[in-house]
Design a protein around this ligand. Structure first.
Ligand SMILES: [Zn+2]
Length: 563
């Protein structure tokens, strides 16, 4: 009976939670850790990629996974999207020595069943917890071509203006399994990184993430790249084209940071000028967020045949070497034209997305909210706090409040696009509510230190911020991340008695965000003494209640009603 009740309530819960969106079995296979996925931890991927530039296919390619057993199981899910074809899967038991994985027993071919965008392979060998094993997947075929990269992604087979091939991949959301076999879920990054062998072509460069094995010699004729840090699958990408390379050594918080730049030969003059913003960006973000998280792998800015993406240690840049977002200021404040949106935003993701990664893409505000706010912080670092406030207020114009920022868990679903500006505005609110900028900055640095190279849940981030600030922000997170209602301060002012009455409306029960702000040279604070719907009164010599309310709106993303 108890089981039946649990079952019934699970069904009911399922019905309410998913009544608006229909998810398929494929969504669940992709978005959750089922029994064929949760028993092992991926430690390292080795990719051998042979793109065929004429046929737009991948020929004779392979990917090896080195993994550790968490609990014994014999079936393994491999994500590889159609129409790519798996030729064979080999299995071997391996040992880890000096950071390398090597075969302990001869590989054997194992059986697998293809089922849509996954394959289930049968390992057929008894493994114990803690054992290491490796599977090597041979595959080929024509990977999905990108329709409108980076949003509607896949492989991009372009030509530069001289008719030379210019090839890359953008696959965030869609998933890296669109072009290589992997465990396609954000919660399992290869802890020891990735090694990429990318086919080389006469007169073209074959670039990927991290460091070239030939670093220091300029051109990379081998196409062999090493990433030492954990990395999101979707961040691993090739760039093939007629690239010019230059580099510099940046003196950063953790010592020498090797910065490599790659631009098409035809654009190299414009790129050399625009990319001078890269060290400026590193300087500002190391101030706000702490050391760049991937010193071992270096930093690269690579011109891409699409607008841009946060590809770890190989940021994709396609913003046409102009300031703003394709020459426009998304905030409308004017400050967005002072710097290159793609250099700032995509690199900001090195801290929030690449260093700190959400386990489930439903929590992607952790990537986009903080990175959206990194734009405000970059503006503040170079142009001051007033400019930063103006930028932040301006960026609110893209907020839609269409659906909650947090999506459904376990089905590979992102929430609302409000994960950018609205989550960024929520962070702006929290900062002002703390009323202590050095504490706020130490929390940003602390997040990057305490969750260094980790995957996280929204709950971990929310709890961390509340604990470190000493303010319980749980209702603020609930309000902004889980509802579409904007909390509204209702004011009324009694001219005769000089008494201001205020009350939170349109908010979750218990919402009581502290408000600190300056008005006409005076500091005001509305502190959480009790909960709505109680009204609070303060005695105040006020002349212009409307101007007073407007001032609050400049510092907080809230609604205001003057009654
Ligand atoms: Zn972003």
């Amino acid at each position: 009976m108890k089981q039946l009740t649990i079952l019934l309530s699970l069904i009911l819960l399922g019905l309410t939670a998913y009544s608006q969106t229909v998810f398929t079995k494929a969504d669940t296979l992709r978005g959750s850790l089922n029994e064929n996925r949760d028993w092992f931890d991926v430690k390292h991927y080795t990719l051998h990629i042979n793109p065929n530039l004429e046929a737009h296919s991948l020929d004779n390619s392979s990917v090896s996974w080195d993994c550790q057993v968490l609990k014994p199981h014999q079936k393994i899910q491999i994500d590889l999207q159609q129409p790519l074809i798996i030729e064979s899967i080999y299995f071997s038991v391996v040992t880890k020595m000096n950071g390398y994985y090597s075969n302990k027993v001869i590989s054997k071919k194992i059986n697998f069943i293809r089922e849509g965008n996954i394959a289930i392979a049968n390992i057929d060998t008894l493994l114990k917890k803690g054992d290491y094993f490796s599977i090597s997947i041979g595959y080929h075929g024509k990977p999905r071509e990108a329709v409108r990269p980076p949003w509607d992604g896949g492989w991009i087979w372009k030509k530069d203006s001289n008719g030379k091939p210019w090839v890359s991949v953008a696959c965030q959301g869609l998933g890296a399994s669109v072009w290589y076999p992997c465990k396609d879920i954000q919660s399992d990054e290869p802890d020891d990184g990735v090694r990429i062998f990318l086919k080389t072509f006469e007169g073209l460069e074959s670039i990927s993430n991290g460091r070239s094995v030939l670093e220091g010699e300029g051109a990379n004729r081998m196409g062999e790249w090493i990433v030492n840090s954990p990395i999101n699958n979707y961040n691993v990408v090739p760039y093939i084209g007629d690239y010019i390379h230059w580099s510099e050594k940046y003196k950063g918080l953790k010592g020498d940071l090797y910065i490599n730049y790659w631009a098409l030969r035809e654009d190299s003059a414009k790129a050399r000028k625009q990319f001078t913003q890269v060290p400026q960006m590193i300087k500002a973000f190391e101030y706000w967020f702490g050391p760049y998280p991937f010193y071992e792998d270096g930093f690269q800015m690579v011109q891409s045949p699409h607008l841009g993406m946060e590809h770890q240690s190989a940021i994709a840049y396609g913003n046409k070497f102009a300031n703003g977002y394709l020459g426009r200021d998304l905030s409308g404040s004017g400050w967005g034209l002072k710097w290159d949106f793609i250099i700032v935003h995509e690199s900001g993701h090195e801290w929030f997305a690449n260093n700190i990664t959400s386990k489930d893409i439903a929590d992607m505000w952790v990537h986009e909210g903080f990175t959206n706010y990194s734009e405000t912080l970059f503006t503040e670092f170079y142009y001051g706090k007033e400019a930063a406030n103006e930028y932040s207020v301006g960026s609110r114009r893209t907020i839609r409040n269409d659906k909650p920022i947090i999506g459904h868990y376990g089905v590979n679903e992102e929430g609302s696009g409000d994960m950018y500006a609205k989550a960024g505005s929520m962070i702006h609110n929290i900062r002002h509510a703390m009323n202590n900028d050095s504490l706020f900055r130490s929390i940003l640095i602390g997040l990057n230190k305490d969750f260094y190279h980790q995957t996280v849940t929204t709950q971990q981030i929310e709890t961390y911020i509340s604990n470190k600030s000493g303010i319980d922000f749980s209702k603020v997170f609930d309000q902004y991340l889980r509802t579409i209602q904007i909390p509204t301060l209702a004011f009324s002012y009694d001219e005769k008695e000089k008494i201001l009455t205020y009350q939170w409306k349109n908010c979750v029960t218990g919402f009581d965000m502290p408000l600190h702000f300056n008005y006409q040279g005076k500091h005001f604070e509305f502190l959480p003494l009790d909960y709505q719907p109680q009204k609070r009164l303060i005695k105040l010599e006020l002349f212009d209640i409307k101007a007073f309310a407007e001032e609050i709106k400049k510092q907080y993303y809230v609604g205001i009603i003057v009654e």
